[in-house]
Design a protein around this ligand. Structure first.
Ligand SMILES: Cc1cc2nc3c(=O)[nH]c(=O)nc-3n(C[C@H](O)[C@H](O)[C@H](O)COP(=O)(O)OP(=O)(O)OC[C@H]3O[C@@H](n4cnc5c(N)ncnc54)[C@H](O)[C@@H]3O)c2cc1C
Length: 367
């Protein structure tokens, strides 16, 4: 049986970046990923994700601000541009947008409050309602590029990289974790479980997780009518469909992916699914999204150029799960808004592995 200091299960954005941090600190690390290093069956594929420090919940503003220098550190380690701060807008429900402005003010970050009319003059590709806040700290992360770079960096730091290696089962033996692989076992002082939508199956009987919902989210890219127009990233806060206000939620989101168009998602594009039994792009949801784009984006052709399917895994309160039970560190799920925090989550994982940190209260496992 192979023995390592740390075994990381799942090589998406979280697992690969955690493996890099753990290996560069001198630990022996194995990273097991059931698919290829960069694949399109989990949550980290596609070119871009929104980066924002603008959150209604100030804890996430703080975490995004802590992530910023860590993104720059990951860029320096990999020689890649991974984060571009091109700005980000929140608009819609005034009470939600006011909380965003409050979080930014409390953190001392620059932001501008505009009327919908002033915002539409400045960004004529969009329509706005309610209140508008512009945060120049926001922008986009390069998603697949980050995953590929983290795999390379983890390998260069000495991690053993095992793609196409599913962890069939996990076990706690004594005070160590055991991974059952198709070709043998790996014993580790600590196993970091960063299995995204599959975390529930893998940890069943080992760790009590909060109730998880896995959804198939299907955003599309749309062609800008004016190729020279500016597109900050954006969130649209509208009344929640079920009437429950979720402070980490929003109705629709989007951003420019240079070379692909403007990605728009969230408005009626999610549906519960089983991660290994997805049924492909749903024309009904794509049509609802096109109708939303036709209503709110005068600067986009509402016919989608491409539509993708990606897994959102959420806890009931949309917080993360980042905690430790014995030799198991749980680093999933990141509730549909985790990408911007990738290097900060990886640092929290390292602190949990070393026993240096208690998790934030909001991210603790039940019990
Ligand atoms: C459409 C969409 C839009 C999003 N937009 C944003 C955004 O704008 N901003 C933002 O911050 N966040 C956003 N997110 C969320 C963000 O992308 C995720 O939080 C993040 O990618 C999660 O990464 P992960 O590594 O936890 O999961 P994943 O990337 O899914 O990685 C988990 C990995 O574990 C592997 N695995 C699972 N089981 C096993 C096993 N038994 N053995 C071995 N390997 C296993 C899987 O194959 C997978 O590669 C979005 C998500 C989606 C789906």
């Amino acid at each position: 049986m192979a023995r390592v200091d740390v075994a990381v299960v799942g090589g998406g954005a979280m697992g690969a970046t955690a493996a890099w941090r753990l290996a560069r600190s001198g630990r022996s690390v194995v990273l097991c990923e059931r698919f290829d290093p960069v694949h399109d069956r989990g949550s980290s594929h596609g070119a871009t994700r929104i980066f924002r420090v603008a959150y209604r919940d100030p804890r996430y503003t703080d975490l995004a601000l802590r992530a910023l220098p860590l993104w720059r550190e990951l860029e320096a380690a990999t020689g890649e541009v991974l984060l571009e701060q091109v700005g980000q807008l929140d608009h819609g429900r005034s009470e939600a947008v006011a909380e965003v402005a409050d979080s930014l003010a409390a953190a001392g970050r620059p932001h501008e409050v505009l009327t919908p009319e002033a915002a539409a003059d400045r960004w004529p590709g969009m329509r706005f309602e309610g209140s508008v806040v512009m945060s120049p700290d926001g922008g986009r992360c390069w998603a697949e590029r980050t995953v590929a770079a983290a795999w390379r960096a983890a390998g260069a730091a000495g991690a053993e990289l095992r793609s196409r290696t599913p962890v069939v089962r996990m076990e706690v033996r004594g005070d160590r974790a055991v991974l059952h692989l198709p070709d043998g076992e790996v014993e580790a002082d600590v196993a970091v479980v960063a299995a995204g939508a599959w975390v529930g199956d893998l940890l069943a009987g080992l760790v009590d997780l909060p109730a998880l919902t896995v959804e198939d989210e299907q955003p599309s890219h749309f062609r800008p009518l004016d190729p020279s127009a500016e597109w900050p990233s954006f969130l649209h806060h509208r009344p929640p469909a079920d009437g429950t206000d979720r402070p980490l939620g929003f109705d629709a989101y989007g951003l420019l992916t240079p070379g692909e168009g403007v990605k728009v998602g969230g408005h009626g594009t999610t549906a519960a699914c089983e991660p290994d039994r997805r049924t492909g792009v749903d024309p009904g949801r794509a049509a609802a999204l096109s109708a939303y784009v036709a209503e709110w984006f005068p600067g986009l052709d509402p016919r989608p150029v491409t539509t993708t399917s990606c897994l959102f895994t959420t806890t009931p309160d949309d917080h993360f799960v980042l905690d430790r039970r014995g030799p198991l560190v749980v680093c999933s799920p990141c509730s549909g808004h985790g990408f911007k925090f990738v290097p900060a989550v990886a640092r929290e994982v390292e602190r949990l592995v070393s026993g240096e940190a208690q998790p934030e209260a909001a991210w603790r496992l039940p019990g």
